[in-house]
Design a protein around this ligand. Sequence first.
Ligand SMILES: Nc1nc2c(ncn2[C@@H]2O[C@H](COP(=O)(O)OP(=O)(O)O)[C@@H](O)[C@H]2O)c(=O)[nH]1
Ligand SMILES: [Mg+2]
Length: 198
Amino acid sequence: MASADSDGGAEAGIPTAVKILVAGGFGAGKTTMVGSVSEITPLNTEEVMTEASMGVDDLGGVEDKTTTTVALDFGRITIGKRVVLYLFGTPGQGRFWFMWDELADGALGSVVLADTRRLETCFPAVDFFERRNIPFVVAVNRFDGECPYTEQEVREAIDIGAEVPVIMADARDRGSGKCVLVALVEHVMRRRSPAMSP
Ligand SMILES: Nc1nc2c(ncn2[C@@H]2O[C@H](COP(=O)(O)OP(=O)(O)O)[C@@H](O)[C@H]2O)c(=O)[nH]1
Ligand SMILES: [Mg+2]
């Protein structure tokens, strides 16, 4: 898959295909976000949770959740006619960690969804992308309307560098999800050509 900096295709009228991950803890809104922004019917592998996942998946704070993504979510969105983002939602449960390296292969960057009710559930995702030097933005999914924390408080809680964008978002809202993705693409471009930084 072409990366965003191979611009030849875009100049010739062929959109550049970019792979983006949507990560975060179990129940943070990954499936919801991929579904709300995707311009194709999103593929999702949601299954009703069975007793087999009891005691295996961490339902702390999301006890009402009755389905779970067993493999991944997949969606597509075109940004400004030139760039096509292919979105891969990562499975949030710890028992699917083995898939993350495969999914991350060739990814331009990632959205880490943070659930304001359980901020700590996004730590493993943040850690994963930091270790592999994969650019990411943090999208704070405001579950009950208002986010109880300021951007600075979220930053301190997650302990991320000042250069990582933190965006307040609503995973159910297409426009909001699109803003998050544009922020990610801009962040990746800034990292690749520091001269573009404000
Ligand atoms: N109130 C509210 N509910 C949300 C929001 N985002 C997701 N949800 C709900 O939270 C639950 C978990 O979301 P889901 O996308 O399945 O999480 P995933 O495990 O990260 O894929 C679902 O029932 C969603 O409908 C949000 O921004 N606000
Ligand atoms: Mg899911």
